[in-house]
Design a protein around this ligand. Structure first.
Ligand SMILES: *Cc1c(COP(=O)(O)O)cnc(C)c1O
Length: 423
């Protein structure tokens, strides 16, 4: 056993979150480092989903709405609020992250009429930029989208952000943790800078919620969106959430004026009258089955506590970086995430000219090596996601050693560069 294997073993022994791993459905042949893209299945979600389908949908039919389905989104909202530092009545759960961002960005630009500048950064998730581009093309034609550039492809400078903002800045849309490099903004500082100029901020928490401490209220955040299928383990395509600060709720309009956002949906009035609460941001009927499947993942995060999760995540990402620096040099790899953990989320990216084929070899070993699932982001990033609730230090040690072996033995040469639909 080498020194790092021994170190991994003792870190796992000391780990107070170690037992959470058994709360998930695990395949022992497989090391999963992609919880930042799709979290694992909590065992309790299997039972809950089966019960919801058989007993509630199958047995109760329409009566289910009055036997708990209507309260379900509020209960989930309260739990998400507990994870991101917001009040229950500031969170709406439903729709996708993209749709929620569209609703809030529309509302912000309508509210900030007279200001025509929208700011994001080039490390942001492209879908978020598409939403802003579409809004400007189809609705807010006078607006321009300015993208903060990254000097190193990894971080965004706070000074550059301040320079770009002026009194015409209506809105900032930023990912708290960048999907590729894992760069993490200082939320409080950005909010303060934006508010000084009278700009609103929408945070995308998709790569943050459940992985890093988020304090929406304490940092004076205006709005946020985020998904539940990454570190919150809510299941593929699970309903997303949005947050709107209480005092902004009355000022913002939802461009999707739906009956579930009406103040009295079951009066079936012909005139739209928005709910006064955050419920006005609904865009239709809640997805009850997938909503119910989110709850076990949230409960696990709440039981573990975000501080303990973050603490382990930092130690694990430091361990990955230590291994990358020690085992991978000479193999053509470069760390593509911030080396300072205060600026880093819960995944670590490495770059390599053969990143795509290396990630294929990790997923489809030709010998009896264990399968390691990372993900690939073009052009040359391998993302190694850490989900402290189920990732062990031994997993990390095995995975980095496996990457080194693949490159040493040129195992990636078995693969072509054609890509499947989802990477
Ligand atoms: C995963 C992710 C999304 C996903 O949006 P969908 O509407 O669920 O497709 C959005 N933004 C960021 C930053 C993400 O990481």
């Amino acid at each position: 056993m080498d020194n790092y294997a021994r170190k991994a073993m003792s870190l796992d022994e000391e780990d107070t979150l170690r037992d959470f791993r058994d709360q998930f459905v695990n395949d022992t042949d497989l090391i999963y480092l992609d919880g930042n893209s799709l979290g694992k299945l909590p065992k309790r979600a299997v039972d809950i989903s089966a019960r919801m389908v058989e007993e509630e949908w199958g047995g109760r039919l329409i009566r289910g709405w009055n036997e708990g389905w209507m309260e379900l989104p509020r209960r989930i909202a309260a739990k998400i609020g507990g994870i991101v530092g917001a009040q229950e009545d500031e969170i709406f759960v439903g729709d996708s992250t993209t749709v929620n961002l569209y609703k809030l960005a529309f509302a912000s630009l309508a509210f900030q009429s007279g200001k025509d500048k929208v700011i994001s950064d080039e490390l942001n998730f492209p879908a978020d930029l598409y939403v802003l581009q579409g809004l400007i093309e189809h609705q807010f034609n006078d607006h321009t989208l300015k993208l903060l550039r990254s000097k190193d492809g990894i971080t965004i400078s706070g000074d550059k952000l301040r320079e770009l903002m002026d009194k015409n800045t209506a809105l900032l849309v930023l990912s708290h943790v960048a999907f590729k490099s894992s760069f993490m903004y200082n939320m409080e500082q950005v909010n303060r800078t934006a508010h000084d100029k009278g700009a609103l901020v929408i945070w995308d928490l998709s790569h943050a919620a459940g992985a890093v401490p988020v304090e929406l209220n304490k940092t004076d955040s205006d709005m946020a969106v985020g998904c539940t299928y990454k570190y919150l383990n809510g299941g593929p395509g699970a309903p997303a959430f949005l947050y709107v600060r209480r005092d902004l709720q009355g000022k913002l309009v939802n461009p999707v004026t739906s009956w579930f956002g009406h103040s009295r949906p079951f009066d079936f009035e012909l005139e739209y009258d928005p709910a006064s609460s955050v419920q006005k941001f609904a865009a239709g009927t809640p997805a009850v089955l997938s909503m119910a499947a989110i709850e076990p993942g949230l409960d696990l995060v709440l039981e573990a506590g975000i501080e303990r999760i973050r603490n382990k995540s930092v130690r694990q990402s430091q361990f990955i970086i230590e291994l990358i620096n020690d085992i991978l040099p000479g193999h053509g790899f470069r760390l593509a995430s911030p080396s300072d953990s205060r600026q880093r989320g819960s995944h670590v990216s490495v770059q390599h000219g053969e990143a795509y084929r290396i990630s294929r070899a990790m997923i489809e070993p030709s010998d009896n090596s264990r399968i390691v699932i990372p993900d690939f982001r073009p052009p040359d990033n391998i993302r190694l996601g850490i989900s402290p609730l189920y990732t062990s230090f031994a997993d990390i040690h095995y995975s980095v050693s496996r990457i080194a072996r693949i490159v040493e033995n040129r195992e990636y040469e078995r693969f072509g560069s054609e890509k499947p639909w989802v990477t």
